[in-house]
Every structure is written in structure tokens, then in C-alpha cells.
Design a protein around this ligand. Sequence first.
Ligand SMILES: [Fe+2]
Length: 469
Amino acid sequence: MIFRQFIDEDLGCASYLIGDGGEAAVIDPSWETTPYLEFAAAHRLRISRVFETHTHADHLSGRGRIVAATGAEILLPSGAVAAFPHRPLREGDVVAVGNVRIEALATPGHRPEHISLVVTNRSLSDEPIAVLSGDSLLVGDVARPDLATRNEAEIEDAARSLFASVRRFADLPDHVEVWPGHIGGSLCCGSGVSEKPSSTIGYERRANLGLATSDRERFVDDVLTRIPERRPPTADVVVRLNRGPLLGKPAALEALGVDDVQRLLDQGGAIIDGRPVAAFDDASIPGSLCLPLGLSGIGTKAAWLLDRDQPLVVLAATDEQAEQLASRLGAVGLLDVRGRLTGGVEAWKARGRPLARIGRVDAEEATDLVSGGAVLLDVRDSDEHLASPVAGSLQIPWRDLRLRAAEARSSRKGIVVACATGSRTPIAASILTEIGGPPVFRLAEGGIADVGNRLSRRYASDRRQPAAA
Ligand SMILES: [Fe+2]
């Protein structure tokens, strides 16, 4: 038996390939399917089946691309809505992959149709060795129950279903491995999910309150009070797309010239720039979004900021990276990528068009700028700002900045963009670049608290100085 976990670092999703006897099954595939196809080819496995534990709300399934490449059969929970041929799996249904037995276990809660898959390697034993728990039991926590409905009573019912589902895992022996559909950082999870990619029933029995408690109301209260405030931003459209019809591999990106790109921008389009942050700082197309391929979460960040019907153009250091960037956008349902800008910012510049520049500053330089009249823009989320406000800053969460950029441009002296650690400043600063606008700086070292402390000290020492005659 060959067992392999694949992690989509951008979204925190985990998927799996189980192979035996020359065939393989992929479970909960990501939108990008090359890793499964390459792995199967390298191990001389024919992918014959694609399983899904539920209809995903945070990422597009790559099942259509796997079917197009391999002719695999799709197996879905029997309650899933799907406009494509598939085999429905009910509680207790068993499917064989070589000598591996995969049994469906109904585990509703995160979504009503949700199933988990209990895996037994019959070459070794008739006891199960692992459970692919999808978005039910996660490492350290359980999944959120509110993505299938916005109705409060239904969410509470879903939390009760989740409790019953989790109790089913408690019936499994301690040695059974737990392989979840998400790891920490995913928007499908509660706040307690570990970054650990797997666990065992025995460990979770001790460490996971969701599995440890047999008090249903306590479980439900805990789950409901910890529901994250934010839903995956494209959840509704992603669920609709995942219900079908099947999506194949997108065509290779079209090479677009400067005039083509300008036309798309005039039609309300947006440029997504996946180059490294420093390259973006030094020269970028004004108004383009900085989403460097080297950082995680860029698909979700794009989904927060872009409209579903907005035509997109990607820009990256190489054509291959442009394709990767388009794939990250497609994974969250942003499929209207019209092409890549050939020649990048150099081509833009060669046509005499202006480029934007973002200044990189440390906390001391940022303090000098703000003391001299620049706006200190706090792009942290509101809860972070409330927990540790910085006097004298303007607070606009990065997610709202596209709508509220004019407020930040209130001083011609410039804008200093800052967050807690610097991870959100590249995208926020990029939103503020415009032709003829105030200069934009981003705090590239340290966090906004460092600037706030320096400003307070300066203000206190200024007050101690006698007024000039
Ligand atoms: Fe999910």
C-alpha cells in the first residue's frame, strides 16, 4: 500500500493518494492536479477513483482534471448535489483499491452530506489503520459547522450532528491514524486546529476537547462560540462550481501586450503581480495587486479583494510562474484570468507608461515620516487594532482598503503602511499605488507597535522641551 498526503500550503488543505495493486485513489483533490498525476506515474499507479468527503467551500476540486487525464470514477457522499456522473457513497459502503478497503462513515456536521473514509490495509490486517476524516475531526479541533447555511438554528443543529459524528471516531481504536482535510490556517477550521498534518485517535482522545468530551451541550456551546468570524470569501461561488459541471484544465495563458492589458484595465480588470516583494517595491504597475508566489494565502487574499466577474491579468517573473499564479487564483474560484502580461513591467515602461515605487522603511524611518506629516496607516484587522490601538494612526483593515483608499490619501506627505509583523503590508501598499498619488512606504521591518512606541516617546519628550521663543 502506498499512502501519500499532499498539502496545499496556500489554502491549508490536505488531500491524499492511496495506491495498491497498480491502481490508486485520490481523496479530496486540490484544484492543481499535477502532483497526483506525477506521483501516480512515478509509482506506476493508474488513478481509477476520486473520492470526496464533502462539497468543498474553500477550494475548487480538481476532480474534473483528474477524470480528463485518467478516466477515473468519481465517488461522492450520497447527499452531495452534483451535475456530473458519480457513484454515491452511503454509510457502510465499501470500495476496494487493490487490497485496501475504504469504507464510508457518515459524519455530517461541517456539511450535511459529509462522510469520512476508514482505511484498512488487508495485506496486513483486518483492522482499520487510518481514517480520512475530511472536515469533521481535525488535529486538535473539529471543523466549523456554519459553511453550509447562514441560519442560526440550522448551524446549531449542524453542531449537534458534528458531536454525533465525532463520537463515532471515539469508537475507533487508539492506534488508528487521523488524516484530516485541513491543517491550521484554513478558513474551514476552528481556532484550535494544529499545524500538525496528522494524528491518531488515541492522541486526539487526550488532546482534542471535541473528542474528549461526551457532554453534547458543552461540545455544542464550545463549537458555536468559537466559530471564526470570517467565512472563505468565495464560499458560495466555490460550492456552486464544485456542484458541477466538471471543470477541466484551463487553456494555457494567453500572452497579452501592453495595449491588451490596458483595455482590460479600462473595463474594470485587475493585474495580479506574483513577483517577489522587493521587485514589486522597486517597480510596479500602479494599482496592481502584490501577491508574491513565495507567500502563502495569496489565493484567499485575492478572493477577499477581487470581484468574481473582474477580468484578471497575471504578471510573474516567468511564464511558468504566471501559470502557477493563475492556478492559485483558480483554486478559490477566480477563473476569469485573461492572460499574462508579456515582458512584465519592463514592457510597460518601454511603452512610456509610469511605474509605481514603494519605499521600504524600518520603524525609525517610519516614525520620522509620520512626525513629518505622513499618514500612519494601520491595516491590521479591527480586533487587533482594538486590542492594541496605536495613537495617531488611521485604521483601515487591508480587506477594506480597495474601497477606502481615498481616506488614506489625505496627506500629500505620504502614507506609511504598517501591520503587526509586515506580512500584510505588501498587498496593502500595492492597493495604494496610483499615478500622481502621495508616496507610499511600507514598514518592512518590525510592526506598527514599534512605530507607535517611538511616536509616544517623541511626543512625550517634545512636551518636556520648553516652547521656542
Ligand atoms: Fe470543508
